[in-house]
Design a protein around this ligand. Sequence first.
Ligand code: PMP
Length: 363
Amino acid sequence: MKLMIPDHIRAISPYVPGKPLEELEREYGIRNSIKLASNENPLGPSPRALEAIGKGLSSLHRYPDGAGHDLIQKIARVNDVAPENVVIGNGSDDIIAMLVQAFVRPGNRVIVPLPSFLMYDIAATAAGAVVDRVPLDGLGLDLTAMAERVTADTRLIFVCNPNNPTGTVVTRAAFENFMARLPDHVVVVVDEAYIEFAKNPDCLKTGSPADLTRPLVTLRTFSKAYGLAGLRVGYGIMPAELAGLLHRVRLPFNVNALAQAAAAAALDDRDFLERSVRLVHDGLESLYTAMDCMEQVYFKSESNFFLIDVNQPADEVFEKMLRQGVIVRSMRAYGYPNYIRINVGLEEENRRFVRALETVLQS
Ligand code: PMP
């Protein structure tokens, strides 16, 4: 084929998701394997969301509500903003793509932390942007260096809080210093995919009515604390002017009907949310204790995952863990060739992970 593919598209390394359980079981003939690789909610979906899905099944011959009315009303109420400030997406990935499509044209610049969630870089590169990758300071975002990289061509800055994969948070004070240094033409996107798990009292949390007076977009997702990763729902909170721009590029039915119904029901399920967060906090403590007992180097996190320095190629540890029926994530693609990332699972899954890691690291 003699296709004229743009160089910037050829240059993209496709996003590699965590390995699915079914794939592991198919390839290795293993039963009862566990996955701690994609920061999912081990409790399963919220029961209220499942009930809403059941009720929605008989209407699947209809298109979804393209305006997402009920879900948007509920998100707005929970966050104390107006519906005009909310945009829903097919996962928060979809909103990242919309932001880049709406605000960035080829040659413009986008600032991202490195390492951080890979989709910022991929979406910006796909739009023909120049990506300014700003290395972390230790494991935390270097907001000072990020502000210093701003030029007249910068359109977007991504701030991941807590940061995936390091689990660090940005403090309110550091963020306000950063914002004060930015010129007016830059939109700041604060990705709060894991914000429900953060415990640090100084942790930044955006999306308040006051944040709607500045060029700031807050991203949230139903994929983590709300347990709905498979349905794909996320949302952004932003000034109405920015939301209006995203609606120009949004696909008409970007969030399917079951996802809208389930997400709205999950927002009401405070009990499920609390259980999910408690499970993560308790799980982190017991996993840290187990790592201490093994004298294993690891990094405490404000999220539902954490990094472990396995002091040998992470890809090999990943492979060996697969043979034990445990899927973890190698951090090689994130620039940490000796680190793995795991998310908190159910108690029994955490114990199984620890046993498997002991076996693998002693082999
Ligand atoms: N942001 C961050 C920081 C993430 O880690 C993820 C998922 N891995 C997402 C956004 C995307 O989440 P979703 O598209 O499922 O809402």
